[in-house]
Design a protein around this ligand. Structure first.
Ligand SMILES: NC(=O)c1ccc[n+]([C@@H]2O[C@H](COP(=O)([O-])OP(=O)(O)OC[C@H]3O[C@@H](n4cnc5c(N)ncnc54)[C@H](OP(=O)(O)O)[C@@H]3O)[C@@H](O)[C@H]2O)c1
Length: 315
């Protein structure tokens, strides 16, 4: 049996759907049934139920966005840092391997390869770097699992949410056997206020940047595959290979969905942070080649984006 924590959430419900589709024996668990954030209760539950694998899809995401985490720092720390550490210790004590949904939002920018040298650029919106991304230049490389997160409390500025997600990875590392699956900006064909494609369509103005993104169903399939393939434990960037600019996403929305509205963009970061956002946003390019090398199949970002828009299901 697979135990699924956080099954009631946006990502948790995608795990539920995929586990059912695969005819897996699984048990969704909500804090309403058992407060799995408490070590003693979780360990007792694990010892009684003996799952073969635990999935942690629980965490604290600010609603409607990460700015809300700045107003509930204690809750954010509990959900994103203390919770994975508690699960790690309980799973170690019960000798159960597990997987944790982390986030790519602990990185900012991309790696740029030039003249045989690779350097980290935190701000891909700078014109010369943005042009490289728009041209899909081979010089733009994603962050790999071996790279140190650079949008964290240690390497700021960062949002409080991102800081706690990075600390969460640190807090569970070296404790038992686990996967860390990094999700980044979930999207799919189901119109939903949590869906990136819905958000882009509803923002009064759009924020231009460069990002790797994760199709929600592709993400959970890939996570489950790492376990089913018995890929080595460790960190995996689980994004659809490649990256997109927001401008390109808008162009695809205009081409495929043909909305009545015209899209406007914030003039620059200054305007965006003055009028639309409070805490810094992570925008980053991720390298998913470790996932592919482990034998996990996942569509490229362009295919996943087009497919989602072609099968768009308005709310
Ligand atoms: N959505 C995104 O854009 C995104 C992007 C990257 C990474 N992630 C990560 O993916 C994970 C799941 O995100 P989600 O979007 O599915 O979140 P969500 O819809 O808010 O659901 C999270 C679930 O976590 C459980 N939970 C356990 N402890 C919690 C706490 N202290 N505070 C709040 N909820 C808690 C709740 O379930 P019960 O109370 O029923 O147990 C809740 O339904 C999180 O770790 C998040 O950081 C999300």
């Amino acid at each position: 049996m697979i135990l699924l924590l956080g099954a009631t959430g946006y990502i948790g419900e995608a795990f539920v759907f995929e586990l059912k589709r695969r005819n897996k024996n699984f048990m969704p668990l909500s804090r309403k049934q058992v407060d799995y954030s408490r070590f003693d209760l979780l360990l007792e539950f694990l010892r009684a139920q003996k799952p073969e694998f635990v999935i942690n899809a629980a965490g604290y995401t600010g609603k409607p966005n990460v700015d809300a985490c700045e107003l509930d720092k204690a809750g954010t720390l509990v959900g994103n840092t203390l919770l994975p550490q508690t699960i790690a210790h309980a799973c170690l004590a019960a000798r159960i391997p597990w997987g944790h949904v982390s986030s790519g939002c602990i990185f900012s920018g991309a790696k740029i390869s030039r003249n045989g040298q690779i350097r980290v650029e935190k701000d891909m919106i700078r014109p010369e770097l943005h042009a490289l991304a728009e041209a899909k230049s081979a010089a733009v490389l994603g962050f790999a699992e071996t790279d140190t997160p650079n949008f964290t409390f240690r390497d700021g500025p960062c949002s409080f949410y991102s800081g706690t997600k990075a600390l969460g990875e640190e807090a569970m590392s070296g404790i038992g056997q686990s996967y860390i699956w990094r999700l980044r900006i979930p999207f799919d064909e189901f119109d939903n206020k949590r869906n990136y494609l819905s958000k882009v369509q509803r923002y009064p103005k759009v924020y231009e940047n460069v990002n790797s993104i994760s199709h929600r169903a592709d993400f959970v399939k890939a996570c489950l595959d790492t376990w089913e393939l018995r890929a080595p434990f460790g960190i995996y960037n689980v994004t659809n290979p490649g990256y997109v600019t927001t401008r390109h996403v808008v162009e695809q929305i205009e081409k495929i969905l043909k909305p009545a509205r015209k899209f406007e963009f914030w003039a620059n970061d200054g305007e965006f942070y003055q009028l639309a956002a409070k805490t810094p946003r992570s925008n980053c390019v991720m390298d998913s080649s470790k996932l592919l090398a482990a034998g996990v199949k996942i569509r490229g970002v362009e295919e996943a984006l087009e497919d989602s828009l072609a099968h768009w299901k308005p709310e």
